[in-house]
Design a protein around this ligand. Structure first.
Ligand SMILES: [Zn+2]
Length: 155
């Protein structure tokens, strides 16, 4: 239906603001779309999430390296939110090309999610580290990342 393509196009307008509270950090780096996603329920917990370009394999863990309970054979809500926010920030074309997706057959974030690979189970602590240094650079006054997270990272 042409209607559904229209509504997709409307979602990806450049005027839409990123939801930084939900996804405070997102980037396209090397071969991963990666970032940090806030927990919906616990303000002191964040999730470290990524998709690999090409395979679309993914992983989601807490910043304390606990597997995300939402991963049950498919990407969890955090990964969905990460993808949505990446598309708002970088644009659908850029994200699709970065992930090596055939854009002639894929026209929405949902379509990308249905092509996802499998859970790598490999925690990527360096994403959390990049997020923390990003926070330091910005000198955000209201960072709710507990200092204990730093001890985990240094350990
Ligand atoms: Zn998750």
């Amino acid at each position: 239906m042409p209607l559904s393509s229209l509504s997709d196009a409307q979602i990806y307008t450049s005027t839409e603001k990123r939801d930084v509270k939900k996804v405070p950090f997102v980037e396209l780096l090397e071969n991963r779309l990666q970032g940090i996603v806030s927990s919906g329920s616990d303000i002191e917990r964040v999730y470290v999430s990524y998709f690999e370009a090409g395979s679309l394999n993914y992983c989601c863990s807490t910043n304390n390296n606990r597997p995300c309970g939402g991963l049950r054979g498919s990407p969890c809500g955090h990964l969905g939110a990460l993808l949505d926010e990446a598309i708002i920030q970088f644009g659908f074309e850029t994200v699709g090309r970065f992930l090596h997706i055939d854009m002639t057959q894929t026209d929405s974030a949902q379509a990308i999610l249905t092509r996802a690979g499998h859970n790598t189970g490999i925690f990527a602590g360096e994403i959390f580290s990049r997020f923390l240094s990003d926070l330091e650079l910005l000198e955000l006054p209201n960072s709710h990342i507990p200092l204990s997270a730093m001890t985990w990272f240094n350990g």
